[in-house]
Write a new protein. Structure first.
Length: 201
């Protein structure tokens, strides 16, 4: 669905770009630059009077502690079989990332790629940080259903993230799930495997 929307928006005149109204903080200029400025402003953290200052300070303290507390043991590692399984679980027939890489590229790649990706994943786990290249996505504004196509606020941003980053995220997710499920509140139903929010009440 998203792939069709993105492809249609890139290849055709999805709407009258010249007629789109941007907020006052977006300076005039090239349409791509205006969209970039608009989404950058949305993603920039801001302080608002109605924010809960106690909660904000609590979150800031937790983030600081996570950065200074040393790891309790050796960094986990992944094996080639786990990487191969993560690649096979990537969806097909989806839009390519900013490098043009799709799930099919990784699935049909020669076996020599698996050891390389395994080494990259283990380096990420050992260093505790993701490469900057995996944080770059290809963003496309797509009109919201049944909304005016002349207002920038009526568009949603669909971002196609790095395929290599998705492989790393999938591996880390599989490694963390067993521990998280043990500590998860039994009343949490959202984003939980084999549990439906329809029976939460």
């Amino acid at each position: 669905m998203f792939y069709k929307l993105i492809k249609a928006h890139r290849n055709t005149s999805f709407c009258n770009q010249a007629a789109i109204k941007f907020p006052a903080h977006v300076p005039p200029g090239d349409e791509i630059e205006r969209w970039a400025c608009y989404y950058k402003h949305l993603a920039t953290p801001k302080d608002q009077p109605e924010f809960d200052s106690f909660f904000k300070n609590s979150v800031s303290l937790q983030r600081m502690l996570l950065n200074i507390i040393p790891p309790s043991g050796p960094a986990p590692t992944v094996e080639a079989g786990q990487v191969s399984k993560a690649i096979s679980s990537l969806p097909s027939n989806k839009a390519g990332d900013i490098l043009g890489i799709t799930g099919e590229h990784l699935k049909m790649s020669p076996p020599i790629l698996i050891p390389v990706l395994t080494d990259i994943c283990n380096r990420v786990l050992a260093e505790g940080r993701l490469p900057e290249s995996t944080k770059i996505g290809l963003a496309t504004p797509v009109p919201k259903k049944e909304k005016t196509q002349t207002d920038a606020d009526k568009f949603r941003r669909i971002t196609v993230s790095s395929l290599v980053g998705k492989v790393i995220e999938g591996l880390m997710d599989n490694m963390a799930k067993p521990t998280l499920r043990k500590r998860q509140n039994r009343r949490q139903f959202g984003f939980t495997d084999s549990v439906s929010c329809n029976v939460a009440a």
